[in-house]
Design a protein around this ligand. Structure first.
Ligand code: NAD
Ligand code: UFG
Length: 338
């Protein structure tokens, strides 16, 4: 089974490619290396025993995509490629709409022209905005509070409209909660450029000595200890969720929407304590103001994915923190430049 994986050199895509290879699928990575390094390919090969086909290209460039679709007999597409930093999206909205929305439009048009009718799209729990209650069901209302979230929502709506008039297509929207962790080998992981926006990469850079302390954004939320609560999901579980989607609904015509989360929430301070335990290193922190746009708590009801995709997260918080630490301590500066 040949699957085009846009953004397959990135954090979630690279882990998913490993799981695909291990399941006997053949990923073809399509990525412009905007936020990833080509040495990721060496690591995928080292861990999985197979070097994936890699095509350097931009999802906004239809000619690049047409070429791949004419060259390979592609059955399905997993679309990870995109920009993902909330703060950056506020400063550079056009770039976000161009890469995320326009990139998804061009990709879908190239699929249509090539007769490929199975798409799995990386969406986000951010489309739920500030949910009225938790756990969050797929049927909850959607909204956006920043250009990144709006780009995901627009793509979801475009794909929904498109599927309505193309009822033989299978389109799956996977709404990820908070992906963390690394491949258990310690050879692949999250390698953010510059100052990390997300909690776990920041915490691990403090533990490894690259940063002095963590700023904990807000300590007066109505949560267990006043800090924000999220549904952290191991990237290997998230990757498995994509295989489950391909296997169970990838050939089934329709619009399919699933939460990929664990169903449990943990606070920032609980994550810090778990990371200190896994690493044996102190993680100094300071309680500071809330980060604008943050919500108090967010976790998934993952029952629909369990019922339809026969998938559920199995890795524990200890797995998430131990695997993150193995990657961070073995690769303190991320992937090598080549
Ligand atoms: P990432 O930045 O590590 O990976 C994205 C990949 O896409 C990178 O390799 C980048 O080079 C590539 N890319 C960017 N623009 C491109 C373009 N125009 N053409 C081709 N390739 C391009 O991000 P990730 O964490 O692996 O996220 C993957 C997807 O999941 C994204 O769509 C993101 O919005 C979504 N998502 C991520 C999170 C998260 O917290 N990591 C949460 C929810 C949803
Ligand atoms: N946090 C800190 N200090 C930091 C970074 C984060 O205290 O330096 C806190 C945040 O306030 C929040 C929690 O840690 O309470 C998690 O923050 P992240 O930035 O790691 O994650 P978010 O929940 O804000 O957002 C993430 C992705 C989005 C995605 C969203 C929902 O970054 O792309 O999950 O899936 F949309």
């Amino acid at each position: 089974m040949l699957v085009l994986v846009t953004g397959g050199m990135g954090y979630i895509g690279s882990h998913t490619c490993i799981q695909m290879i291990e399941a006997g699928m053949t990923p073809i990575i399509f990525d412009n290396l905007y936020n990833s390094k080509s040495s990721v390919l060496d690591r995928i090969e080292e861990v999985s025993g197979q070097r994936p086909i890699f095509v350097e290209g931009d999802v906004r460039n239809k000619a690049d995509l047409d070429k791949v679709f004419s060259q390979y007999d592609i059955e399905s597409v997993i679309h990870f490629a995109g920009l993902k930093a909330v703060g950056e999206s506020v400063a550079m909205p056009l770039e976000y709409y161009d890469t995320n929305v326009n990139g998804s439009y061009v990709l879908t048009a190239a699929m249509r022209d090539a007769g490929v009718k199975s798409l799995v799209f990386s969406s986000s729990a951010t489309v739920y905005g500030d949910p009225a209650s938790v756990p969050i069901l797929e049927s909850f209302p959607t909204s956006a509070t920043n250009p990144y979230g709006r780009s995901k929502l627009i793509i979801e709506e475009c794909l929904t409209d498109f599927q309505k008039v193309n009822p033989d297509w299978s389109i799956t929207l996977l709404r990820y909660f908070n992906p963390v962790g690394s491949h258990p080998s310690g050879r692949l992981g999250e390698d953010p450029q510059g100052i990390p926006n997300n909690l776990m990469p920041f915490v691990s850079q403090v533990a490894v000595g690259r940063r002095e302390f963590l700023s904990v954004f807000g300590s007066d939320y109505p949560t267990v200890d006043g800090t924000g609560v999220r549904d952290y999901i191991h990237v290997m579980d998230l990757s498995d969720g994509h295989l489950a989607a391909l296997n169970h609904v990838g050939k089934k015509a329709g619009l399919h929407i699933y939460n990929l989360g664990t169903g449990n929430g943990n606070s920032v301070l609980e994550m810090v304590a778990a990371f200190e335990k896994a690493s044996g290193k102190p993680v100094p922190y300071k309680l500071v103001e809330r980060r604008p746009g943050d919500i108090a708590e967010c976790w998934a009801d993952p029952a629909k994915a369990k019922a339809d995709l026969k998938w559920q997260a199995t890795r524990t918080l200890d797995d998430m923190t131990q695997d993150t630490w193995r990657w961070q301590s073995n690769n303190p500066n991320g992937y090598p430049e080549v």
